[in-house]
Design a protein around this ligand. Sequence first.
Ligand code: PMT
Length: 221
Amino acid sequence: MKFVVTAGPTREPIDPVRYLSNRSSGKMGYAIAEAAFEERHEVVLISGPVCLPPPPLNLLRVSTSDEMFDAVHAAVRDCDVLVMCAAVADYKPAQVTTSKMKKRDEKFSLELVPARDILQSLPRDRDFFVAGFAAETNDIERNAREKLRHKNCNMIIANDVSDSAIGMESDNNAVTIFFEYGAPKSIACAPKNVIARQLVKIICETAQKTFDKKNLRMNDS
Ligand code: PMT
C-alpha cells in the first residue's frame, strides 16, 4: 500500500526568532514510517522539525501547520493510508511580526487563532484509509471516541501523554485503538518500534476490510 505518515511537532512563528510548539520528538511517527517501509509499503513521511536521523525513505520536511496542511493534501491525492501522528498546532498567533518583538516590562497578551485542522479538512467521500492519533491526559476513551467521530477518522490511536514513561519524547508507548466498528484493541507498554510494527499490521488489516466493504457497496449499487 502507499502510506503517508506525519510525525513531529509544528512550529507557529510569533516573530522571526520565536515560535509556539510542543514536545513531540517525532519518534512515534518515524517508527511507524520505518515499520511500514520494512513491510515493503511505499512510504512518504511528512515531518515537522525533529532531531532524528532521516530514515531511508521519501522524507518531506515542513515547519508550520499550514505547510503540513498543504503537504498532506498534496500527498493524499495518491495514497491508500494516511497516519496522522504529528502533533499539529491547534492554535497559532493571529499576527507574525516581521521584526523581533522588543522585551517589555509590563504584561502583554498574544492573540491566537485556530490553526486549520488537517483531519477535519479531508473529504468524507475518499478512497484512502485514515488513522488519526489522540493525545490525551484524561477521559482517554471518551475523548478518543469523540475525535474518531468529529475528525472523521476510520480509526484512532489513543495514548496517554500525561505519563512521562510513555507518549511524548519517551522511547516507549502504550496505545488503545478505537475503530469505526468493533471493539477497541490495546497494545501494552513497549518500545515505539515494537508498537509501530503492530500498528502497521492492524492498520493494513482494517484498511483492507474497509476497502472490501466499500467495493461491495459500489458493486451493489
Ligand atoms: O513524537 P513523539 O515524542 O514520539 O510522541 C508521539 C505523540 C504523543 C505526539 C503521538 O503518539 C501522538 O499522540 N500524536 C498526535 C498528537 C496530537 O496532536 O493529538 P491531538 O489529540 O491534539 O490531535 C488529534 C488528531 O488531530 C491527531 O491525529 C493530529 O495529528 C490531528 N490534528 C491536530 C491538529 C490539527 N491542526 N490538525 C490535525 O489534523
